[in-house]
Design a protein around this ligand. Structure first.
Ligand code: SF4
Length: 340
């Protein structure tokens, strides 16, 4: 039985330099995988079993959607929790089931359908991506990392995730959740956020299970299950601030737990900015007002715009930035509308 209450979670003084040295030593070692090399295989087996019974039943999982559907889910989930994404993804895929359908949709429809997913520039980038897939790749997602990475709005994480989750390729997927779980379980130190370091990428690669693809459906391949299970554990159990070690299937093998969870919750990045009063809030108010216009109306006149936010200097700055991002158009007289 684990005794989490005895651990020093919050008062640990933690030296970042020591932590980095630990990680680099670990990643540089060709053989080190926790204190016992067999732990890695055991953890992979345990996590695969845990995944079978604990994976959230999201509609883009288990081979139930197209590669395009997987890509849409990944773009929507980049800065939004997966649970919140489901209704948006479902409506989006009903309306635009493939890249060709989205490519030429009116921008105003695309921005409206993005709803409250946040960071709406992602919607326009996704449409640009759809355009390239539809017209340069005959509406089929490319299958190589370099081609995926060259698509608008697609970075290393999304390219790797699509290769793994949609095509069953053996490739290490490195996102915040995966980095946190691997750092904690295998190196025994906290993952500090920021960009993935070469050592973290090397660790993710080294731990990726081998595939015997001839025997498995794409989404059952060991490397795919591993990527998804580690990510899911990070999202639901091994969370940043309050990991549920009591409920964790790999607690018995976790180096971080064994070390007393040193530096739990410590992060290299700045704390997230509060939302209230920010430009993000003001931009959201303008977009939501436009999305909420009655059928047949497309323009929010200047008076209506001014009613949205008292500080008109901030309001105008936000309207200018929305216009620059291509998310709205400013009309003569100061009214605004979604782009067509
Ligand atoms: S035991 Fe705790 S810290 Fe270790 S992997 Fe599980 S949830 Fe994370």
């Amino acid at each position: 039985m684990l005794r989490i209450g005895t651990m020093n979670d919050t008062n640990t003084t933690y030296d970042t330099a020591v932590r980095d040295a630990d990680f680099d030593d670990f990643a540089d070692s060709a053989t080190a995988v926790t204190s016992d090399a067999s732990d890695a295989d055991e953890i992979a087996t345990t996590l695969a079993q845990w995944w079978q019974t604990n994976a959230r039943d999201l509609p883009w999982r288990f081979g139930r959607t197209t590669p395009w559907g997987v890509l849409v889910s990944e773009v929507m989930s980049q800065q939004t929790q997966m649970g919140r994404v489901v209704p948006y993804w479902t409506a989006w895929m009903d309306r635009w089931p493939d890249a060709a359908a989205l490519a030429d949709a009116p921008k105003s429809d695309v921005i409206t359908a993005w709803g409250r997913l946040g960071y709406p520039r992602r919607a326009l980038r996704l449409q640009e991506c759809a355009h390239v897939i539809a017209y340069d790749y005959a509406d089929e997602l490319p299958h190589t990392y370099d081609e995926l990475l060259a698509l608008p709005g697609i970075g290393d994480y999304t390219a790797s995730a699509v290769l793994s989750f949609a095509f069953g390729e053996r490739i290490a997927v490195v996102d915040t959740n995966i980095r946190r779980v691997l750092s904690r379980a295998f190196v025994g130190v906290e993952s500090l956020g920021g960009s993935a370091s070469p050592a973290e990428r090397a660790l993710a690669k080294r731990l990726l299970p081998d595939d015997d693809s001839a025997k498995c459906r794409r989404f059952d391949r060991p490397s795919v299950v591993w990527n998804q299970a580690v990510m899911e554990l990070g999202a639901t159990v091994c969370t940043a601030k309050s990991p549920l070690c009591e409920a964790c299937p790999i607690a018995g093998k976790c180096a971080f737990l064994r070390n007393g969870r040193p530096g739990l919750g410590q992060r290299r990045t700045r704390p997230r900015q509060r939302f209230q009063g920010t430009d993000r809030q003001v931009r959201g108010l303008v977009l939501n007002a436009l999305r909420g216009l009655p059928d047949g109306e497309t323009v929010l006149d200047r008076k209506s715009v001014e009613r949205l936010w008292k500080d008109h200097v901030q309001l105008d700055k936000c309207i200018a930035s929305l216009d620059e991002d291509g998310l709205i158009e400013i009309l003569p007289g100061g009214g605004v509308r979604l782009p067509v």
